[in-house]
Write a protein that binds this ligand. Structure first.
Ligand SMILES: [Zn+2]
Length: 414
């Protein structure tokens, strides 16, 4: 493309020139920028959405980088809204605290701290917690609730400010944001600067191997620039004089990893898990090409199957609504080219999303009471990773002959 200002020329981890993408989802709008109903006619920002693997360090990443300011200034996702997340981060904070037994009130800094949930868990676990969050609304909300949060991008100035006010950090964490930051080499440099020599860096992210195995292709959207495996990570950290010393499997988004990193030669002996993951990735073919082209073929096949199913339902004169408008719904809807003529509306419990539209395809998002009042014949569950909970909640609609469609890994009616 001639006018392609956001195209990435080199690998985000190792600077190797990037080759051809293995998966191309087309030119798509931003998954989390939900237009207001009154802005329906305003053109949205669009950018190619395609995934490429680096030949050298094997990082799987997007071919394009959308400037962060276009995506994160007014973020509609608030983590504390679910009990699952609260329980998860309480355990996370205890895990971090338990790895610093000799320290009195250690300093833990969370990068991309969202509304400050993890930072407040650090405090409860007996640490000093500091958050860094670029989204204005989330940072000011956290500070209002007494959770110390710097409203800025994590950069040299943020590090300077933290070190001068609180000292070097014993722990630095970056959770799903680690996959969201385009200049990850800059982050590594700054984390190294912020960390005490005996401190550690902990990141949590959705695991590449799980995405490939379970067909989580709807994880692909512009904010999510990297799809992380242990091989690529160990390459990245080695470049900055750091090493992975432990890996733990966690289950937030169905198959995430929590990876612990220290400065090379730090006080912790690498656990056997590190070698085990590296070997498993080799055995699964994550360093080759075939596993990726197979994945792309399954994604295309999914699009055909879902479209066939929806066309058949509409032919019978039946109506369809959607359940859940997370970012992944934008990916499925836009990649599969679903229209408001096919999907009447989508319900979502997040009040910030209600009254808005699905990017690109402009399907209205409404409160879930709408579904009870005006049930459709079918409900397509876009938040399909929570399908069990959702069906438990709205299963009573079966009495009105409502059927549920679970889109992935294969479109299925239940
Ligand atoms: Zn690379």
């Amino acid at each position: 493309m001639e006018h392609d200002p956001y195209k990435r020329k080199t690998c985000r981890y190792c600077d190797e020139p990037l080759g051809k993408p293995f998966l191309d989802l087309g030119i798509q709008p931003l998954a989390n920028n939900l237009p207001r109903r009154e802005d329906a006619a305003t053109p949205e920002f669009h950018c190619p959405l395609a995934v490429v693997k680096c030949r050298k360090c094997h990082l799987v990443q997007l071919t394009h980088s959308v400037p962060a300011a276009l995506m994160f200034d007014d973020y509609l996702y608030v983590s504390s809204t679910t009990q699952t997340f609260r329980t998860h981060f309480a355990e996370y904070a205890r895990d971090v605290r338990g790895r610093l037994p000799q320290k009195q009130r250690p300093l833990a800094v969370d990068i991309g701290s969202n509304d400050g949930l993890l930072v407040s868990c650090y405090e409860k676990a007996g640490m000093r917690g500091v958050g860094v969050e670029p989204a204005k609304n989330l940072a000011s909300d956290a500070n209002r609730r007494g959770v110390t949060t710097l409203n800025r991008y994590f950069g040299v100035e943020a590090v300077r400010e933290i070190v001068s006010q609180y000292g070097k950090a014993d722990a630095v964490s970056a959770n799903n944001v680690f996959a969201h930051i385009d200049d990850i080499q800059g982050v590594c440099r700054n984390v190294r600067e912020l960390l005490a020599d005996d401190g550690f860096f902990v990141i949590e992210f959705a695991y590449l191997a799980t995405m490939l195995e379970k067909m989580f292709f709807d994880m692909v959207y512009h904010e999510h620039v990297c799809y992380i495996g242990v091989t690529a990570l160990s390459f990245l950290f080695a470049k900055f004089g750091m090493e992975i010393f432990d890996i733990k499997e966690v289950d937030t988004h169905g198959g995430s990893l929590r990876v612990f990193v220290q400065k090379k030669g730090g006080p912790r002996k690498p656990e056997p898990a590190v070698e085990r993951f590296l070997n498993a990735e080799k055995e699964q073919g994550l360093l080759g090409e075939k596993v990726y082209s197979d994945f792309a073929a399954r994604v295309l096949d999914f699009k055909h199957k879902l479209n066939r199913m929806i066309v058949a339902v509409k032919k019978e004169g039946k109506s369809i609504s959607g359940y859940g408008a997370p970012a992944k719904a934008t990916t499925i809807i836009n990649f599969c080219e679903l229209t408001p003529a096919q999907i009447d509306y989508i319900v979502d419990d997040n009040p910030l999303k209600q009254g808005r539209l699905v990017p690109g395809r402009k399907i209205p998002i409404v409160p879930s009471a709408h579904l009870t009042a005006q049930p459709t014949d079918y409900v397509l569950i876009f938040a399909w990773n929570f399908a069990k909970e959702i069906i438990a909640k709205i299963g009573f609609l079966r009495e009105k002959n409502v059927q549920f469609i679970i889109p992935l890994p294969e479109p299925t009616t239940v």
